[in-house]
Design a protein around this ligand. Structure first.
Ligand SMILES: Nc1nc2c(ncn2[C@@H]2O[C@H](COP(=O)(O)OP(=O)(O)O)[C@@H](O)[C@H]2O)c(=O)[nH]1
Ligand SMILES: [Mg+2]
Length: 353
């Protein structure tokens, strides 16, 4: 079964209701198991709902174009393919991905002798998924340190959502029982220290910072001393993102990394690059630049709720090949989701199914 039908079944209401009825008729032991299964499903469903809502703009732009394309053509022609390509380009999927995708699609149409554009909708979803997964397992989980504090460094240019993401991550981790410390390594931008402090108060986790203009590496140093002495599980470090001065930024990040490694050689355990999805291809070039200056282990794609260019997830995979670990779908503390390609594709294509 293709992904299209799989997720269609997985999340369709009918199946859920049918399941409920079946459970009511079941006997004791299997009933408990089934109930747990349903519980797990409802958590999945909740995350799917967040994706669905957060991707509304992308879906409206992208999928409604696809639907209209399908209704305008009764047969698959060259003109149809051209228009399809255009729609994908507008969704910011990335030129290389699109070329690969179009080749595969044309090949399937030829081989399977498909003439009806309606039949192609499913194949489009499946092929986009296949391209993303591409036989590789992109690890989307955070690597936690089991022998001491886990150090997470957040990098990215100004305004992409680093501080907000730290707040959201910290909240999630606190909810999961972790003792979390926020470290204000962005001492450059006016108000940045205060903004992080406000987040720490809002969600009820601890904060360490110094006054604006301090040396970020020294803030990180003292922050990690505190984290080790007071047994924190996770340290989230905010940084300044002055990409216009690449050499300085590189030096600053190198210095921060050296300080961190002097305490815990294998740390930072993750360096997460934050990208603003609304900036489209610009975000991709930021990723490439940051990749040159430091070792990025994952991407947080923010503001997906504010853009019709949800296809950027696929472009990131194709052009920088760093796993997207989280996506931001709003400004509140709950609006960060671990990246899940199936929920994402469902959120994007729901109206087509
Ligand atoms: N709609 C939306 N806004 C976001 C998201 N993430 C961050 N923001 C907003 O983007 C702006 C800049 O965020 P900030 O964390 O200060 O960025 P920083 O300069 O990288 O630290 C703030 O107004 C945030 O509320 C998101 O996922 N969705
Ligand atoms: Mg900030």
């Amino acid at each position: 079964m293709g992904l299209f039908s799989k997720i269609k079944n997985m999340f369709s209401k009918e199946t859920e209701e049918k399941k409920e009825i079946e459970i009511n008729q079941e006997e004791d032991t299997s009933m408990v198991e089934e109930k747990q299964e349903v519980k797990k499903k409802s958590a999945e469903e909740k995350s799917v709902k967040v994706y669905e809502k957060g991707l509304t703009k992308s879906r409206k732009g992208f999928v409604s174009n696809l639907i209209s394309l399908t209704s305008r053509y009764s047969k698959i022609t060259d003109a149809y393919f051209d228009e399809l390509e255009e729609i994908l380009i507008m969704a910011d999927i990335g030129v290389n991905t699109i070329m690969k995708f179009m080749d595969r699609l044309r090949e399937r149409v030829r081989k399977e002798k498909i003439e009806d554009p309606n039949l192609l909708k499913e194949i489009i979803v499946d092929e986009l998924f296949i391209i993303y997964v591409d036989e590789e397992v992109l690890e989307s989980k955070i690597h936690f340190n089991t022998t001491g504090p886990t150090i997470l460094l957040l990098v990215g240019v100004n305004g992409v959502g680093k501080t907000t993401t730290i707040g959201k991550l910290a909240w999630q981790m606190k909810e999961n029982g972790k003792k979390v410390l926020l470290v204000a390594g962005d001492t450059f931008r006016a108000g940045a220290v205060e903004q992080l402090k406000e987040w720490s108060e809002k969600i009820g986790v601890d904060f360490f910072g110094k006054e604006e203009g301090s040396d970020p590496a020294s803030v990180v140093y003292d922050g990690i001393v505190k984290a080790k002495e007071e047994n924190y599980d996770v340290v989230l470090i905010d940084t300044a993102g002055r990409l216009q001065n690449k050499v300085n930024l590189m030096k600053e990040l190198e210095k921060i990394n050296r300080v961190i490694a002097s305490f815990i050689p294998e740390a930072p355990h993750e360096t997460l690059l934050v990208i603003d999805a609304t900036t489209g291809q610009n975000g991709i070039s930021q990723a490439k630049s940051f990749q040159e200056i430091t070792n990025i282990t994952g991407i947080v794609l923010t503001k997906l709720d504010g853009t019709a260019k949800g296809g950027i997830v696929l472009a990131i995979k194709e052009e920088v090949n760093i796993p997207v670990k989280y996506i931001g779908l709003g400004e509140a503390k709950e609006d960060l989701q671990p990246f899940d390609i199936e929920a994402y594709i469902y959120g994007l294509f729901k109206d087509m199914m």
